[in-house]
Design a protein around this ligand. Structure first.
Ligand code: TYM
Length: 332
């Protein structure tokens, strides 16, 4: 069985992009894969996080993942800082990856913004830690949204250079699993920008904890154009906001753009937005309720994470040990 690994940052409440681009696929892959899912708190602190909030956000995200359908018994669910093999391998990768490679990472450029001198050095080496997350389990398939494509390529570059430098075939090739019509969900306010936890406008994203009224308001305010929906996907060309809403609808109904347009083509946005709202409330409502239920029993939730961390450590510690041996560290 191929091993799956993926991660998500506890830097805020997960949004519809995280759900449709990644978590929903994580849930589906559990059926026939050995899956490891991680709340990446080490990655979260590459941008400032309030220490009083970080532990809460970690619990909330774990609860939300279980509510979405991640099975903490069948799969392994844990938080990154609890398993030290990640940072051990990340340090080695800091010495394998080249400055030039990291300088090309678009996510660093986006997150650092104009003032790169003020960005944390952790943000710069973020992709090395991500490569370590995956490779410290010898995972070969990584379900992510489209924005992580470049990081997966870098993971392969790092694995290959490690294998070459240390004359080994220790690290396997890794494949990004980027699936479905919502692999890149865009902001509801701007069809050219991806939906993101860091967006200044609350109206740009739907959060997994939003109630029915909030969802209805955000969809009503979502930017659109004056034309009715086309009857075929070619008609979405040059209409990024329309394309985004159709993609969201398609993902939520396990369909594709063509399937949604066969039913809703010709409709104005008033009617389409009403159907989309109903669908979202239907799908997200139970997730929010279940998240609240899980959070009410903190001891059980933390017990699940601790058990997940122990299982994750049992797989990753020997792999980090062997990587250190290959590098030449004295083992006594
Ligand atoms: P993060 O926390 O930003 O996002 C978690 C997952 O959600 C996907 N995603 C989206 N998909 C579609 N549309 C969007 N607007 C959207 N926004 C986010 C992301 O692609 C991601 O799959 N670097 C990763 C976390 C990470 C990781 C890993 C992932 C750390 N280590 C190892 C895979 C393997 C990140 O920042 O995710």
């Amino acid at each position: 069985m191929q091993r799956i690994f993926s991660g998500i940052q506890p830097s805020g409440i997960p949004h519809l992009g995280n759900y449709l681009g990644a978590v929903r696929n994580w849930v589906a892959l559990q059926k026939d894969h050995d899956c490891i899912y991680c709340v990446v708190d080490l990655h979260a602190i590459t941008m400032w996080q309030d220490p009083a909030q970080l532990a809460n956000q970690t619990r909330e995200l774990a609860a939300s993942l279980i509510a979405c359908g991640i099975d903490p018994q069948g799969s392994i669910l844990f938080h990154q800082s609890a398993v030290h093999a990640h940072t051990r391998l990340a340090w080695i990768f800091n010495c394998v990856a080249r400055m030039g490679w990291l300088n090309r990472m678009t996510q660093f450029k986006d997150k650092a913004g104009k003032d790169r001198e003020a960005a944390s050095t952790g943000l710069f080496v973020y992709p090395n830690l991500m490569a370590a997350d995956i490779l410290v389990y010898h995972a070969t398939r990584v379900p992510v949204g489209d924005d992580q494509r470049q990081h997966i390529e870098l993971t392969n570059d790092i694995a290959q250079k490690f294998n070459h430098d240390f004359a080994t075939d220790f690290f396997p090739a890794v494949e990004g699993v980027i699936l479905g019509p919502a692999a890149r969900v865009m902001s509801l306010r701007d069809g050219a920008k991806k939906m993101s936890k860091s967006d200044a406008s609350e109206m740009a994203s739907i959060l997994l904890t939003d109630d029915a009224d909030t969802i209805a308001l955000k969809i009503r305010r979502a930017k659109t154009d004056p034309e009715p929906l086309p009857s075929e996907p070619a008609g979405l060309e040059g209409r990024p906001e329309a394309r985004n809403l159709v993609g969201i609808y398609a993902a939520l109904t396990d369909s594709d753009h063509a399937g949604v347009l066969r039913v809703h083509g010709g409709q104005g946005f008033g009617a389409f937005k009403a159907s989309l709202t109903e669908l979202l409330v239907d799908k997200l409502g139970p997730i929010a309720t279940e998240t609240r239920r899980l959070l009410a029993d903190r001891a059980t939730l933390e017990g699940m994470l601790a058990a997940g961390a122990a299982r994750a450590a049992a797989i990753s510690t020997p792999i980090a040990d062997e990587a250190e041996r290959l590098v030449g560290f004295l083992k006594v």
